[in-house]
Design a binder for this molecule. Structure first.
Ligand SMILES: Nc1nc2c(ncn2[C@@H]2O[C@H](COP(=O)(O)OP(=O)(O)OP(=O)(O)O)[C@@H](O)[C@H]2O)c(=O)[nH]1
Ligand SMILES: [Zn+2]
Length: 355
């Protein structure tokens, strides 16, 4: 098995070369994430791996490997291998989970496919949300309109997308009969990694199967705890398709908040952002009827669609909320740090504690 087939390239090799260890390590990619164990692929083939405890003792959830990550592996063929380090990520999608906090949904993908279907589910606001996430991830967004065979209004949908996408490529496809697939396929090369963002039922799995030809999405099971004979299944997986394209499949993609995607928001709403720049009021919120506000004027003369503007406001609010929440978290962490320092000082007043 050649790790380059899995998207390993010079950038990751540079990150890998920075290891300072006497052990023999090899580069590997995380191809499945289970509760306490990972599946990795490397020149030694497919194997199970665990975190090397000493390397990840102080690691946050975000520091730990996620699907798509490249890692430095102490390989033990036939036994459980050890992950020493996560190599510098090229792209990333984060998700703030109310139960477990911030975590990495996927890493190191080249393209974000924003999948929507050409039927009643078609929703421009949702596309704008996905665009925001995609721009912020660092990967290139591509919009795929599935089920093109089920509508006679395809051109209407494509027109709407052309306005909203600012040059992001848009591909209509019919995954069942194969229409439009060659055009989409031509966008990718072997070794490219894709993630698909889209609501349940829009046709993500069908699209992957269609792109892959004979490939069928398979389900995976793993025996996690031999002593108790427990089985755990997962959907966090990375697949190498027969045409050399790599697809990350994770349920985390179905409902995503925009997190702190301020860059993504600027890209997605670049028309409003540039209107806002033209606005002559220094700290205008562009939200209420102010006769000379450039944004309000564009709304009035109809050059700025109201729906697009409303979604911008909504996502901006969500962003502001997330940032406030993050500040509170930082504040609490800071407080906790000082508590620890004060306690250490109290327990041992002579010893100076490091901040
Ligand atoms: N006619 C037509 N049907 C499609 C197309 N793509 C998907 N479908 C159908 O839409 C349904 C949902 O497709 P899936 O591929 O399972 O959707 P998904 O996005 O993977 O759904 P989740 O796994 O729930 O996220 C299935 O019945 C597919 O056969 C298409 O291009 N044309
Ligand atoms: Zn204004």
């Amino acid at each position: 098995m050649n790790i380059n087939d899995y998207g390993y390239n010079d950038d990751f090799a540079t990150s890998f070369a920075q290891q300072e260890t006497s052990e023999r390590l090899i580069p590997a990619r995380i191809s499945a994430v289970f509760k306490h164990v990972y599946r990795v692929v490397s020149e030694d083939g497919e194997q199970l791996a665990k975190l090397k405890t000493s390397s990840f003792r102080d690691a946050t959830r975000v520091d730990r490997p996620s699907i798509g990550d490249f890692v430095a592996l102490e390989s033990h063929p036939g036994d459980t291998s050890l992950i020493h380090e996560v190599l510098t990520r090229k792209t990333i999608i984060l998700r703030d989970d109310p139960d477990v906090g911030e975590q990495v949904v996927a890493a190191n993908f080249d393209y974000c496919l924003l999948v929507c279907s050409a039927n009643d589910d078609f929703n421009l606001n949702r596309i704008e949300r996905y665009l925001t996430i995609a721009w912020n991830s660092g990967a290139q967004p591509i919009i795929v309109v599935t089920k093109s065979d089920l509508t006679d209004q395809l051109h209407d949908y494509l027109d709407q997308l052309e306005v909203a996408s600012f040059g992001v490529p848009v591909y209509p496809v019919d995954s069942i009969h194969g229409e439009g697939l060659n055009e989409l396929q031509a966008h990718f090369s072997a070794g490219d990694t894709l993630v698909l963002l889209g609501s349940s039922g829009v046709g993500k799995s069908s699209l992957v199967n269609a792109l892959a030809g004979e490939y069928k999405m398979k389900t995976n099971e793993i025996r996690e705890d031999d002593a108790k004979g427990k089985h755990t299944t997962t959907h966090r997986e990375l697949h190498l398709l027969h045409n050399g394209i790599i697809v990350i499949d994770t349920p985390g993609m179905r409902s995503l908040g925009i997190g702190q995607a301020s860059t993504g928001l600027e890209e997605t709403f670049q028309d409003i952002e540039s209107l806002a720049e033209q606005c002559r009021f220094y700290d205008c919120a562009h939200t209420y009827e102010q006769p000379d506000c450039a944004v309000q004027q564009a709304l009035t003369d109809g050059t700025l669609p109201q729906k697009h503007y409303n979604n911008w406001l909504k996502l901006k609010k969500e962003l502001a909320y997330n940032e406030r929440k993050n500040n509170v978290t930082q504040l609490l962490q800071e407080k906790q740090k000082w508590k620890t320092i004060i306690k250490a000082h109290r327990d041992n007043p002579k010893k100076r504690t490091k901040r």
